[in-house]
Design a binder for this molecule. Sequence first.
Ligand SMILES: [Zn+2]
Length: 420
Amino acid sequence: MPSAENSPARSTLRRRRAVTSTRPCPVCHCREVWHLHTMQFTLPEASPLPRQYAVVVCARCGSGFADSDAQATTYDTYYRSFSKYADPAVATGGGEAPADLQRLEQLATDLSRQLPRHARILDVGCGNGGLLKRLRLLGFQELTGFDPSPICTARIHADAMNAESITLPLERSWWHARNESPFDLIVLSHVLEHLFDVKAALQSLIALLSPGGKVYIEVPDPTRYDTHAFLPLYFFDTEHINHLGPASFAFLADQLKLSLTASGPKTIRLPNGANYPALFCFLEAGGLTDLITTESLYGPLQDYVEQSIQRLAPLRMRILSLVGDDTPFVLWGAGSLAQRLIAEHWFPRHSLLAVVDRDSKKHGLQFAGTTILPPEIALRDLPNRTVILCAAAITTGEIKADYQALGMPYIFCPIVEDVH
Ligand SMILES: [Zn+2]
């Protein structure tokens, strides 16, 4: 890895003026940042999340994050009540879809090599318990899940495992009052990118770690956002508010007085055949870590923004060629892609007839001047020339099969084709 002082990103940084952020850096709490891009979203009216944020990079630790005036409580409310992870029909992490099942089986197998079978394991952000179930199949018995959604934790209880509906950071008194044994492994797989305050969350969790216990962290890999064939700005959505790189892990280890014992890239195969870039690390209780790298994410994230802006033009042309001439259309999917596209000034909202989604938590919500409904209800009795515009980033194939099974006469047009 090139040294931070000589890297091209660092020389660009010297010429840029830092600004003061509203939200402190989630990794080091600094407010001195470089601004990269402004994101805008059209969200369901009831959503507490901000409609706009700035993508910034911390001048101290080099982590990327979404800067807005939203508070920790904003995200707590969202994940307790609005989260897609509560609905197994659309969530990842429950292990229901074959690609998701494979990912969780692989992670459980990898983790099992590190631990004896009597180890106590905590999965933070456990969703519907997909990883816990795989670990149980491998012979682990002492399994606990934490998740903000009470629907998720009730499902895990029904499956005879321990689960707590909590938000992070934990209140120290809460856990100590329970007098439970500490954990030998705490897993945070695709969780830290969602948290308002990563440092405080980890600080509260490591109090639950046994002497010599380990923390496993996995996040999307910002150093490889631009090398994967995803939609423009795909990695900047309303839920992923942190972008953590190798330097972020090293910084966290140093601040939390943990050892960074392993880290590296990892690739996840998605249902549509795309490769999702991820980054993992193990932190261990005891010992100190020298900062291995101080490489800022400014360079990789700036490259990603520039590449995304270039790639937005053909996407706009495609959508306008499909529905830009007042063709009535229905948007299938009210997720991140729809939320970003509808916020674009050129998006032909005036001929949008309805928005449909399979996520039962979204049904009945007001969105882009219409009400989100299940497809069976919203697609009845529309003009035959209606276009079904599929606004899914990674599940187009599944939605196409779902639509065809309805036997309706409209034209199905994906915004994004599957990779395979
Ligand atoms: Zn920072």
